[in-house]
Design a protein around this ligand. Structure first.
Ligand code: FAD
Length: 330
């Protein structure tokens, strides 16, 4: 019988990626509703030492496949290893990050294992009666939320957007089991040759990874005003993000968009500058720890979710804030 909630743990250069840790937190909730265990699948090369950390974040068991062929992510060897684990252990649920790796790997596995996959989920829940997994994702460009079930096949599989689920706090007292699996790889499993890995050095972080976000909306008035937001962000060690209105207007790149059809963020501090607070925007940032909003309309919806609301003109307040921070730093 299918059992347990499995999570594919993503790593790059042996560094565990945040999304896998977030998924362990969500898997813990689902597994508790089913009275089952959370199992992390950790694949890579020289990666075993990271297994303990997954237990400290909620896994009851970690299945490790440590092999040189898994040093860099390549579809075929990774698909072969995860497929072998799923066939051996018969999980009830398998979760992947909706990252470039998860989006490449999960559909391939769904097809090999002959099960379904719901991509890009933003909410997961166990149905109390049937115990099926309810997988919710935006559909039709975010105009409605669709809840999808996989009733007749196992495992039930979903990719989940980074930043949506909450990781559990690291608890070194948690105990679990680490199991090593050997996969019989051969040369034919490596169907591409990696000649060189070129890393693009970027000073900018993805907005889902930032601790502080300075987010601009249509109220900033013009694309150039993002320079002012950038200056504030640099002083605060923050990243710049935006509302959809500014992205649609071509003022800033799409990967900076926060919200239902953008990214879900959870920074320690979120500055909402000239953002009205439409429901689709709030859906992507309301879990931020501290929300500071500046808006000249005291009725703006953003004040409903703000911890600190300032009624005023961003062009009057932000330059003063920049000046003050510069003075403080001297
Ligand atoms: P506006 O709504 O135009 O608000 C501008 C605000 O700035 C106003 O509150 C105004 O009072 C204030 N302002 C003006 N001048 C100043 C000034 N000088 N100083 C201070 N304040 C000032 N939106 C997203 O953000 N993310 C999404 O992912 C997203 N997904 C969507 C999906 C769907 C299916 C739909 C239908 C819509 C979606 N939207 C999304 C759009 C959303 O409904 C809003 O239209 C959008 O968020 C508005 O952006 P805004 O707040 O920047 O602009």
């Amino acid at each position: 019988m299918s059992k347990d909630v499995f999570v594919f743990i993503e790593q790059r250069d042996s560094e565990l990626q945040k999304v896998g840790i977030e998924l362990l937190g969500e898997a813990r909730k689902l597994a508790d509703s089913l009275n089952q265990d959370v199992v992390a699948m950790l694949l890579g090369y020289n990666i075993k030492s990271k297994a303990e950390m997954l237990i400290h974040h909620g896994a009851n068991k970690v299945i490790v496949v440590d092999d040189e062929i898994l040093n860099e992510y390549v579809t075929e060897p990774y698909a072969k290893a995860v497929c072998a684990i799923i066939k051996k252990y018969d999980p009830e649920i398998v979760l992947y990050g909706a990252s470039s790796i998860g989006r490449d790997l999960a559909p391939r596995l769904a097809s090999r294992i002959h099960t379904g996959l719901t991509a890009d989920c933003t909410a997961l829940e166990i149905d109390e009666e049937s115990k099926n997994l309810l997988m919710t994702r935006p559909a039709f460009g975010g105009n409605l939320m669709a809840t999808i079930l996989c009733e007749n096949h196992r495992p039930q599989m979903a990719t989940v957007r980074p930043g949506v689920m909450q990781a559990l706090k690291n608890n070194p007292d948690l105990k679990g089991e680490i199991v090593e699996e050997k996969i019989p790889f051969d040369k034919s499993d490596m169907n591409v040759v990696i000649k060189e890995v070129v890393k693009v050095e970027s000073k900018k972080k993805d907005i889902t990874e930032a601790d502080v976000l300075v987010s601009g909306g249509r109220g900033i008035g013009a694309p150039d005003a993002f320079n002012m937001l950038g200056e504030l962000a640099d002083l605060l060690g923050a990243e710049v993000s935006a509302s959809r209105a500014t992205v649609d207007a071509g003022w800033i790149e799409k990967d900076k968009q926060v919200g239902q059809t953008g990214k879900t963020v959870r920074p320690e501090v979120y500055f909402a500058l000239g953002i009205s607070g439409a429901i689709q925007h709030i859906a992507g940032m309301e879990e931020s720890e501290l929300i500071i909003a500046i808006n000249k309309n005291e009725e703006a919806g953003i004040f409903g979710v703000s911890d600190l609301g300032i009624v005023g003109d961003v062009h009057a307040i932000v330059p003063k804030l920049i000046e003050l921070i510069k003075k403080e730093k001297k």
